[in-house]
Every structure is written in C-alpha cells, then in structure tokens.
Write a protein that binds this ligand. Sequence first.
Ligand code: HEM
Length: 248
Amino acid sequence: MDRQKYQKMMRGAGQLDYEIYLNTESLLSCQKEPEELCNPDELQFMIVHQVEELWMKLMATTLLDIDDEMQARNSFKALTLFRRVQLCQEMMTQQLVLLETMSPKDYQEIRLLLGNGSGQESPGFRVLLDMPTDLWQTFKAIYLEGGQRTLEQIYDSEYSHDDAYMIAEALAEFDEQFQKFRHSHMQLIYRSIGVAANSLKGRPVEILNTGLRQKFFPELWQVRADMTDRWGGTYGKVRTKLDPKAKP
Ligand code: HEM
C-alpha cells in the first residue's frame, strides 16, 4: 500500500465542517508523526493514554453536574449522569487491554522515552481522586442530614429502594469501578514490565496495591458489613447445614 498517501488522508485537510467543528487538525496532530515513533506500538501507547485522559475529562465534568443535581435533589437526572460516568469507567478499564497486544520488548523501547513520568501525574486521575470527598459531603447534606435519615435506615430498618438508596448505590458503583480500573491496570503492569519491577520513579510497582485497597466511601461498605454482623447476631454466625430431606 502507498503508506504516505494514506497517512496524508488520515490527517485530513481540516477544511470540512466536520473537521472544523471537531478540530480534527489539532486532535490528529497530538500524536507523534510516523517517522518520529520509536516503533509502531508507540502510536497505540500514546492514543490509549490520550483517549483515557479524554474519558477522565468527561467523567470529571459529569461529576460536577452530578453534584449540582444532587444539591437540587434532582435524583433521576443525577442517576442518568452517574450511568454516563460508569460507562466511561467501564470503557477505561476495557481499553487498557489494548496495551496487552504490545510485546514487553516493544514497551521497553517506548519506556526509554518517558523520562520519569508516572500515571500518578495524570490530570484526569488526580481530579477524580479529589472529587469523591465533595460528592460525599453533598450526599450527606442532602440525602442524610436533609432527609434526617441515616445510612442504616436507608439500607436496612427503613429500606424502600428510594432515591437516597439509588444515589448511595451509584456512589458505591463509582467506587467499585475505580477499583476495577486499578486492578486491570495492575495486571497490565505485570504483563508489560513484570511483577517485581520498579516504576520510572524507582518505586516498586507493589506500592499501587495501597490504592487497590482505597475506598472513597467507606461508610457505604461499612453499612453492609454492619447488616451482616447484625444478621449474624440474630441467626447465629455459623449456621447448621441444611437438611436435604427437609421440605423447602
Ligand atoms: C504498558 C502500559 C502501562 C504501564 C507499564 C504502566 C505502569 C505504571 C506504573 C509503574 C505506575 C506507578 C508509577 C509510580 O510509581 O508513580 C503507574 C501508575 C499509573 N498509571 Fe500506568 N501504566 C501503563 C498504562 C497506563 C494507562 C493506559 C493508563 C491510563 C490512564 C495509566 C494510568 C496510570 C495511573 C492513573 C496511575 C496511578 C495509579 C494509582 O495511583 O493507583 N497507565 N503505571
């Protein structure tokens, strides 16, 4: 195939309305030119990271809107927006696997170009780590203190699957999806640079395990643990085996 002809076509001329509106000229020049790539996999490496930054920008902007909707107790709208965030989170996790099509040898060449960069410097990731504290404050002010209810009532003694419960579960889902991203990212690291490797900052990659244990909304996980403990207190922590002859 005529590589140069097709590479020119990929850039486009930037003149059509689609190109002008979406600013494709700038967008498609955010990656290195073909002759600047250290190997063919470098283009994929850049694109996956750039796309992930864009999803994080969309998620963070949507979380700002979610906060506004929660403040106004527009729960249906907030839940639709939470669904958007969750879909972005799922895509982010799925897209990591693309990089598993890159050989460890090819990645070593790319790695030489990264200075001492780290995903912990990602602007999208940093803002997403900060936002949950504010989201929790809003949830508490509107759905707990505002409704004069506790999480125990919402989840257990006055459980009615209402909007407070649904919003709480959307927050729990955000937390869980974040963990899934971190878990898949860890697998990607193991696949690319190995289990006992060090990061470009000279830190063992194992320090990322601390993040794997982080919960943004510990109260939402505790409420179910408390329910299980109370249940255990009522029915006995260790139960007797079912009798196969007994009727259900
Ligand atoms: C071959 C692919 C990849 C490798 C080998 C890799 C490796 C690493 C390493 C070693 C760290 C720890 C850095 C430190 O000590 O500061 C890290 C952190 C991070 N990387 Fe990657 N990464 C890869 C792809 C990606 C992609 C595609 C993303 C997309 C956003 C990403 C996002 C992050 C984030 C957000 C962190 C911080 C994680 C946390 O604090 O829990 N990485 N990565």
